[in-house]
Design a protein around this ligand. Sequence first.
Ligand SMILES: Cc1cc2nc3c(=O)[nH]c(=O)nc-3n(C[C@H](O)[C@H](O)[C@H](O)COP(=O)(O)OP(=O)(O)OC[C@H]3O[C@@H](n4cnc5c(N)ncnc54)[C@H](O)[C@@H]3O)c2cc1C
Length: 70
Amino acid sequence: MPSNSFDTIVIGSGTSAYYCINALNQAGQNVAVVDERPYGGTCALRGCQPKKYLVANAEARAMAKHLDDP
Ligand SMILES: Cc1cc2nc3c(=O)[nH]c(=O)nc-3n(C[C@H](O)[C@H](O)[C@H](O)COP(=O)(O)OP(=O)(O)OC[C@H]3O[C@@H](n4cnc5c(N)ncnc54)[C@H](O)[C@@H]3O)c2cc1C
């Protein structure tokens, strides 16, 4: 049965929240997480990870072009 009682409520579900929630869980706290946007925060959804996929694709394309026309 879900509990409506929490030791801590963390606002935001990004990288900072991830470390905060882990530490609180390890300390035995019951933690609620709220976010006004989809769960995961900037890094996972809009920042680091999407950027890395875009950069990797651009690099692969540049290398392929270089093979065609060194
Ligand atoms: C394009 C881009 C590329 C990046 N690349 C890198 C990289 O390669 N390496 C790197 O180390 N860092 C990178 N960063 C930076 C990295 O994404 C941030 O440092 C990191 O996401 C910050 O984490 P955070 O938990 O502090 O904030 P966030 O991940 O932004 O999380 C904050 C969360 O709080 C929520 N929130 C805010 N206010 C409220 C409210 N009032 N009520 C409810 N929810 C709320 C937001 O919706 C959000 O989900 C990049 C950032 C961008 C934009």
